[in-house]
Design a protein around this ligand. Structure first.
Ligand SMILES: [Zn+2]
Length: 894
């Protein structure tokens, strides 16, 4: 191979950093198993009893006791959660293995990375000695309560069992049990459940998210690593234990099958190895067979859940050579039993059109009572079926894992792409650094060029970051860097689109606005393992700093806003350039920075200015007073918006329905943000039949009129994606969503990245280049002006509720009163960048972001998700600019 030197560097780096693990802390005072407490003895009731749930503190107490009393269990706190709860990892195996965990971790590191193996003799030793390492995660989705309760009983059985089956499991496996992957939500759900027991709301939904920022989306964060909990487990997966199998235990609704096991539904993803798919088949088959043997009916496979998407607790590990298992059990109403008549049970899912016997659903559950204990039983059987299979075929699981690691290294060295390059001089160096950091946290090896080099005939400078394809987690790297091409799938030929389970496209450099280059041919380069990811221009050179106190922030980097926010928080004045000055473009923020402050601004795009611009070239910016509307619908989009605001140090106030309705919003705020939510949901929220007051209901028409008053009096109302209906359908601004009435056999676009053209001369577009990638998820595309006010092409059906068409005079008057500016449009030619779109022509050249002048204020309509899941670093600036514009615009009016 051509890049021998590179390989050598990689080897050295791995020896230096690859096997670092946290020290094992053993509980003292091991006692005979007769002294091992049962879960009931500690939590005060049997696991899975009706209406009873053990809180997190009790579960922690139980596992601590178990760790102290059993030599088969090692309990570790691997960190704190977002809200300060302990995060537990329990290592379970035979006493002999538990006594030598460090040795087994080192063996497992070699299973995951054969470059650490010195010779064939060592390889034989690894294959012979390594145990099948299985990580089991419970309670990631906190309303899916059974698994965390079940985990205590599962661990107890393994701690005390001396039957041949338990011995076989303990002798051949290392089980890494995570009793809750989201302890914060565990207690929130129990609090809500207990508060509503015995009322009509028993077992009903909560008005807030069970993970502070993400709620259910905590299982969409596994490549982006925004959440503390995701990072804790990711460290265990790719740096500490490199498990061979991951089992993530979930629950679903209760109108259909009782239990889903793998394999999954189509489509398959090209970056998930076929050997992973076939391994899913034997594990799922083993689970399903044992469930059937024990009389557990209603088990389905190859339905509902697909294997395309990236970012899940099981799906990101696929790209790391881990066999990722998901099961989904039908839910009780939290811990309250439910009764289902046979006639209430339904099919209608992908792979399960009817509720009747089929090859993948051989014995439907007949109906009857369904209790928390049923869920516990199904899940425990599935766990033990997995453990037994993993123990019995230990040699095959280990050999297959090594084969996958070998294959990744071989393909990376033998076929294109050979590497991905992140050159210096990025538009947003902070986003580039962040991207490299999260890739590294997910196990990817990042190198830095120590000299200029040529790849594919192009010269790249020193300090270019290089990610070689020849690494064990190649599939993850490839999947993050390349464009997804989701296959066109219909429910039947020519029929409506068949929706993917989650996103269709997620290409990381597109999402984050980072320039990345794929290398198609082998190349030579002098590389070293990168330890920090500052891309030039990082902090200005010392020579630039000398004597300079005035700087311009170009706003091309998200960190420019963080810098500006921190200055405003310190009471420092902040100015905006109203015309070009020296090298700084219009819209740049002008700041005075002392050198110690400067040193903290690693990724801000600072331009030194030789003097303060004259007063007529700048205006001082008032710190914007921002409100974020939080509905009681546990909106994940609200949570992620909050996350992004906090990440970039934007101060904000959360407001609820009552505060919106109370009015006087202009006295308190310059900018109000409404996260993505339909008009109906904004107005009406959740019915009082399903949610107790004060959480039921929405802002109502009163609230909508208060928001309108706020805008008319000079405020900025920012509407995200579906929330734009408030402006288009209720305020009837001259903007209309052209996708509204399109059936999904004509137009369909699930989570995909689309190409937009940006007007960077408009204040909402400051800091952007000509193009960006927009995250479109059943989102909006607008016509504006006259076309928006005239009846749409599809409005040929008479509609009694629609207002009468406007006359030409009325249209002219409205357009004059509410002028619309289009700030970004979908491309007029190639629209799809990554994912899937059906009927692309419906989007071409349509408006994606509009600003409507309304009274003395304005409404900003974001037609797509500018901050989706905290991932779209490439489009966060639209939101930031809308917030900054809220005070600058007010000055325009003075
Ligand atoms: Zn779930």
């Amino acid at each position: 191979m051509k890049h021998g030197r590179v390989t050598l560097c990689v080897m050295l780096a791995c020896v230096a950093t690859g096997c670092v693990t946290t020290p094992t802390v053993r509980g003292s005072g091991m006692q005979p198993s007769a002294d091992i407490p049962t879960p009931a003895a500690i939590i005060g009731h049997e696991v899975g009893a009706d209406y009873k749930l053990a809180r997190w503190e009790k579960i922690v107490t139980y596992f601590d006791l178990l760790g102290r009393s059993s030599d088969r269990i090692n309990v570790r706190r691997i960190g704190d959660t977002t809200e300060g709860n302990p995060y537990l990892l329990c290592e379970i195996s035979s006493a002999e293995t538990i006594a030598r965990l460090d040795e087994y971790r080192a063996l497992q590191a070699r299973v995951a990375d054969p470059r650490l193996i010195a010779d064939p003799a060592e390889r034989d030793r690894v294959e012979l000695k390594a145990k099948t390492t299985i990580i089991v995660t419970c309670g990631l989705h906190s309303t899916e309560v059974a698994a965390s309760q079940m985990s205590m009983e599962l661990a107890y059985d393994l701690a005390v069992g001396n039957d041949p089956r338990t011995r076989e499991i303990l002798d051949n496996c290392i089980i890494l049990l995570v009793p809750s992957a989201n302890p914060d939500g565990h207690n929130k759900v129990i609090d809500w459940y207990e508060a509503n027991l015995g009322t009509q709301y028993e077992g009903g939904r909560m008005p807030w998210l069970y993970q502070k920022y993400a709620g259910h989306d905590n299982n969409r964060d596994w490549f982006m690593l925004n959440l503390k909990e995701t990072r804790l487990l990711t460290q265990v997966l790719y740096y500490e234990w490199h498990p061979t199998i991951l089992y993530d235990i979930h629950q679903m609704g209760n109108r259909g099958p009782r239990f889903f096991v793998p394999p999954f539904f189509d489509p398959v993803n090209p970056n998930v190895d076929p050997l992973i798919h076939q391994s899913l088949l034997i594990i799922g088959g083993h689970m399903a067979t044992e469930l059937q043997e024990r009389g557990k009916t209603g088990v389905v496979f190859k339905a509902i859940y697909d294997n395309w998407w990236q970012g899940g607790n099981r799906t990101t590990p696929y790209r790391h050579n881990v066999v990722g298992i998901l099961t989904e059990a039908a839910s009780a109403k939290i811990a309250s039993p439910v009764f289902k008549e046979h006639g209430e049970l339904r099919g209608g899912y992908r792979g399960m059109p009817d509720y009747s016997p089929a090859v993948n659903f051989p014995e439907p559950w007949p109906g009857g009572w369904w209790r928390l204990r049923d869920v516990v039983d199904y899940e425990k059987i599935a766990c033990n079926a997995l453990f037994t299979l993993a123990a019995r075929y230990r040699d095959r699981f280990i050999a297959n894992h090594m084969a996958l690691s070998d294959k990744a290294l071989r393909l990376g060295a033998e076929e294109p792409p050979y590497a991905w390059l992140i050159p210096p001089h990025q538009r947003d160096p902070g986003a580039a650094a962040h991207m490299l950091e999260i890739l590294q946290l997910s196990g990817i090896e990042v190198h830095r060029a120590t000299a200029p080099f040529k790849a594919d005939g192009v010269e790249y400078p020193i300090d270019t970051f290089v990610m070689l394809a020849a690494q064990p987690y190649r599939n993850h790297l490839k999947d993050m860097m390349e464009r997804q091409e989701y296959p066109e799938r219909r429910q039947y030929p020519g029929g409506p689109a068949e929706s993917p389970y989650d996103a269709a496209g997620w290409t990381l450099p597109l999402q984050m606005g980072v320039t990345a280059i794929e290398v198609a041919a082998p190349f030579d380069g002098l590389l070293e393992r990168a330890t920090d990811f500052a891309t030039a221009p990082a902090s200005p050179l010392a020579a630039d700093i000398d004597g300079v106190t005035t700087w311009a922030l170009k706003r091309s980097s998200n960190d420019d806003y963080r810098t500006a926010n921190s200055l405003m928080a310190d009471g420092e004045p902040l100015f905006i350039l109203t015309s070009e000055f020296q090298n700084a473009p219009v819209g740049s923020l002008v700041v005075r920075l002392s050198s110690d402050k400067l040193a903290q601004r690693a990724y801000a795009n600072l331009i030194p200015l030789s003097s303060m611009p004259d007063g007529d070239l700048i205006r001082e910016m008032k710190p914007p007073r921002t409100a974020l509307y939080q509905p009681w619908t546990s909106s994940m989009d609200e949570g992620w918006t909050r996350f992004v605001l906090e990440e970039f140090d934007f101060p904000y106030t959360t407001i609820h329905n009552a505060e919106v309705r109370a009015g006087n919003l202009g006295d308190r705020f310059d900018c109000i943000i409404v996260p993505s939510q339909s008009l109906n949901s904004i107005l009406n929220g959740v019915s009082d039949k399903r949610m107790p007051p004060p959480y039921s209901g929405g802002i109502g028409l009163d609230g909508a009129m208060q928001l309108e008053r706020f805008v008319q009096a000079g405020g900025t109302l920012v509407l995200m994606d579906s929330a734009t209906e408030l402006a288009t359908d209720l305020y009837r601004v001259p903007v209309r969503n052209v996708l509204d009435d399109l059936p999904s056999d004509e137009f369909f676009c699930p989570g995909s990245l689309l190409r937009i053209r940006v007007d960077s001369s408009h204040p909402l577009g400051y800091g952007f280049g000509d193009e960006a990638a927009a995250y479109f998820r059943r989102s909006q595309a607008f016509v504006t002006g006259k076309a928006a006010l005239q009846p749409g092409d599809r409005d040929d059906e008479p509609d009694d509720t629609a207002p009468p068409p406007m006359t030409d005079d009325e249209i002219e008057a409205k357009l004059a009163a509410q002028p619309v500016t289009t700030v970004a449009r979908y491309s007029d030619n190639i629209v799809l960048l990554s994912g899937w779109i059906l009927g692309e022509e419906h989007l071409r050249n349509r408006a994606a972001i509009c600003e409507v002048e309304y009274g003395t204020g304005r409404i900003v309509l974001f037609g797509f998700r500018v901050q989706h899941r905290g991932q779209l670093h490439g489009t966060f600036k639209f939101l930031f600019n809308a917030i900054y514009g809220s005070t600058l615009d007010a000055q325009d009016k003075q």
